[in-house]
Design a protein around this ligand. Sequence first.
Ligand code: ADP
Ligand code: ZN
Length: 749
Amino acid sequence: MLVDVALPLPLFRSFTYSVPDEQRHRARVGMRAVVPFRSTTALGVIVGEGAPREGIKYKAVRELPDTEPVVSANILALCRWLAEYYLVPLGVALRTALPAALTGAAEPTPSQKTRRVANVARSLDSLMQRDEIFARVPRQRALFELIESLGGRAAVEHLTERMKFSPTVLDGLVKKGLVTIEDEVVSRDPFARRATGKPQRHTPSSAQQHAIDALRAGNAGDVFLLHGVTGSGKTLVYIELLRTIVEQRGQTAIVLVPEIALTPQTVDRFRAVFGDKIAVLHSALSDGERYDAWLALRRGEKRIAVGARSAIFAPLSNLGAIIVDEEHEGSYKQGESPRYHAREIAIVRAKAENAIVVLGSATPSLESWVNATTGKFHLLTLPERVGGGRLPKIEVVDLREQQKLPQGGGAIDPFRWVISEPLERALSDRLRKGEQSILLLNRRGYASFVQCGSCGDVATCPNCSISLTYHRTPERLVCHYCQYSEPPRDTCKRCGGTFMRQRGLGTQQVERVLAERFASARIARMDVDTTTGKWAHAEILDRVGRGEVDVLLGTQMIAKGLDFPNVTLVGVVDADVGINLPDFRASERSFQLLSQVAGRAGRGPKGGEVIIQTRVPSHHAVRCAVAHDYASFVREELDGRVKPPYPPNLRLANVVFSGTNEDATAQLGLRAATWLNKLVKRSGVDIGVIGPAPCPVERIKARWRWHLLIKTEHPGELTRLGRYFLEKFAVPKEAGLRITLDRDPVALL
Ligand code: ADP
Ligand code: ZN
């Protein structure tokens, strides 16, 4: 007996092995197999029966570790589609669909069940006191203030490993009696222990009811786009649909959210209603726990899988619905091979398994919008906020006006560079009334670059063509692409100048100027630097929910899914971050971010307002977000993607060439373009090959990068061409040269 085995290798083929007689009754499609490969062994999945070929002696399968298939026929078919569409080997697709514990990719589970935590033991109120106590130990002061800014509590590991404080600095604080250290038991599954409270029982509004009815009446394979403004009650619609699917029809369902850690409130609502029918697949699970959840879903003990991107492969049978919340989110696209988009996989899976799909968003992706308006998807709309709530009024502050030099000379108050007069007034008003505010600045660190005042030179990363970001705690220049860091510079490397200017605001700087101006305000900062711990997001958000935070400041992390009725003000410190990136989706992403963060304001009876600071008030991303005008945004944005054409007006693949040598990389790109152009010409199909050109970020992690774009209106042709290219085009074995092909890219950087 022969079997075909797919291996997770960069080869577009399966491998045939023989099964020893005593094993043959055990071997089935979908089981894993350990097979000899070259001089070692490899772990793959049996994908079919092998066809014997004359004169070939096949090697024997070494081991069959499973007693029943781990890949169902449905998931195998889904992976075949994924492999074909995204141009990856089947074995690579299968590895993605299985939990790490089954692919041999699992890391050993850490046995540590406690962690050491530093707590502020004594607060220091006056500045004088601080100056005195820390006179000769600035590092101790920096550490103390860091722990304060993390809510007075921080994991020791975070402080020493990530923030690079030496343990002696921490000891110093302990000896002074300012900080205590304790051991804290780490719960195995923090989500399972979260209290959920009682399920909310609202009577659906008529718009909600209409959507619920339409979904209940949906036919197998139907895709619905639920376009509901922020606060329109999309979650209730999902929950009512799930009740029907899971409780009345006895089927199962998948709920995708962009990131569990950022949406604990949404997930809690599902848990409150469905309790232990739900498996929450979050990133804090160990590989073992993830495997347990996977098993429970496969056995039907759990009937709803809630998770990020990879939950789309949940081993559920009798699937009734797949919900994709915030369907426009870029995180649904995997950034490494296989570069699949979970929304696309959801649609294909639902069709194959006779389920329906619900794509929900206040700001749908242009792709989904076009599909909904051309009748491919069914459009459902929730045009208003529930419970008589109104969308918040949005005011624009033109920073060019605010930051004009005062007449008759004098300097501008440095605070004004960060917070305009209207925003300051609004903030102090909220502080006085005990209401909460959210401030968005989508850039972490203290200053986004450091520039020499004499020659204009900017400090850049030695490995990446990117400027280094200045961080204050710990004080380093850091590369946000490769994590390279170095001590801050006092003098310019190029001209020796001694006036180094910090340019470009980051969240650390905003936090500092706020703390100086509003001394008694309780400020929490949420960005990559304050959320190393897997559970850090939820801790901060829970504090906001309990009213222990006056101002929540953060990057895009704070823009999604939060529902806090006492937040009556949202301020955008600089709406222009990212708006001019050399990427065809830059405007779309900016519009979505502004609309989403604005949607956090005024969710309670007190109402709310939004203030957006910008230097480009007439940019359509800003203008349409301010007017809550999704339709106009889409119209203008689609027009902008006609000449030159970009998705959704056609299909796109981004082919990236990279290597350690600049010239070899460029040559590879040029050769590939010539090769592709010849092929296209010969075959006569309507495909454009644009480029090659250096990528917008020309170098990352010491590798040079070039790219070319393949554009076409015929997806099938793109599949054929891409596949032929990846299989036949020879990449020289030099300079670490590599080619990656990203189909339907979400970014071209
Ligand atoms: P969205 O996801 O559309 O932004 P949510 O689903 O978070 O909105 O709902 C916003 C708030 O409105 C939630 O606090 C929710 O409990 C509440 N809500 C939902 N439906 C109703 C309703 N029919 N009547 C009153 N409140 C509702
Ligand atoms: Zn770098």
